[in-house]
Design a binder for this molecule. Structure first.
Ligand code: CO
Length: 135
């Protein structure tokens, strides 16, 4: 079941500058920065009211976010719904015809299982599902 809007991710060409904008100009607290090699990104999380702004920047100048920046220069990249049972949600959505970018969830930021739904299944919006891993 989808239980909340976990974050909205913005692809940024200059992570430091973007963190300054959201932290200093907009006043959001900077909770964490994290490299996510699996996604070839560096991410910064700035929480607001049970959700977050996630700033994403390519790791080592490569990967899907680099391609996005090359094409668009920056912008809203994806939104992420929090799930309390990601496998069940994947199964349910696959049965409805949704296409995913991978066959199974992978490890994302914040020790979460994540998977992306293909934008063509969601009117051009890249949608991520995540579920915190129990430890
Ligand atoms: Co994300």
């Amino acid at each position: 079941m989808i239980t909340g809007l976990d974050h909205i991710a913005i692809a940024v060409p200059d992570l430091h500058k973007a963190i300054e904008r959201f932290a200093e100009d907009f006043g959001l607290p900077l909770k964490a920065t994290e490299d996510v090699p699996e996604a070839k990104t560096s991410a910064a999380f700035l929480p607001i009211e049970k959700s977050s702004i996630e700033l994403i920047h390519p790791l080592n100048g490569e990967g899907p976010v680099q391609k996005y920046l090359d094409k668009k220069g920056g912008g809203i990249h994806h939104l992420c719904f929090r799930s309390d049972d990601i496998e069940a949600d994947i199964e349910r959505l696959k049965a409805k015809g949704y296409q995913f970018l991978s066959d199974a969830p992978t490890k994302g930021a914040h020790n979460c299982k994540v998977i992306f739904i293909h934008p063509k299944s969601c009117d051009g919006v890249l949608v991520e599902l995540n579920q915190p891993m129990d430890h």
